[in-house]
Design a protein around this ligand. Sequence first.
Ligand code: PGA
Length: 251
Amino acid sequence: MASRIPVIAGNWKMNTDLESGINLVKEIVALSNAVSGVDKIVCPPFISISSVAQSASGSTVQVGSQNVSANSDGAFTGEVSTSMLRGLVSHAIVGHSERRALNGETSEQVAAKAIAAAEAGISPILCIGEDLSVRKAGNAATFVADQLEASLAGYSDWNSLIVAYEPVWAIGTGEAATSEQAQEMTAVCREVVRKLAPDAADSVRVLYGGSVNSGNVAELLTQPDIDGALVGGASLKADEFSKLIAAAGSK
Ligand code: PGA
């Protein structure tokens, strides 16, 4: 099996202002810059990306966006294009469940965003995951496989892709999936990639997200198909986020 470098990505969501965002990334750099064997990414709000990227420049901490437009330019009020992000970010989260639920994003739109990002040299962190009703009905694996396949329609830049399995019921709830549940579903994600791009399946990183913290990360990372974590709440505290980075660095 291909060896995959783990990823710890922090999704700051609509938290931090300019000053606290700069302070947060500086603290993360101070605590984690020297940790090797793990890709470290912070995803601040758009307004702070430029300043956070400047503060992280020269360090091993990379910066991502939380969203990106699929369109290159024009009359798209409030949107941010890949050319605006180019040079500032290395990654872009696409298809987060909050955007799917609150902004009505479809898998078709998510696929277009992932393609636009990859074409601009920005690695998409593509999120998929089932809600509680789907899980309770026993349909989680089928749902996630279908959602991922639809979100990858037309996608071809397999080297740059990162997939994040994030069950909606585990996000921000303090109730992480068990490592067995997370393993089962990240393996499902990898099999979807294998179906679409057989040669890429063993090298694509698949993350777990949903209430990851320093107490559960080590156990999650022992699973063979979990290559890291996409982290919300715990990414807002430098010491906690740095513990996740340290755990992944020794995977
Ligand atoms: P959480 O969020 O770690 O706060 O559960 C994860 C996410 O939404 O990416």
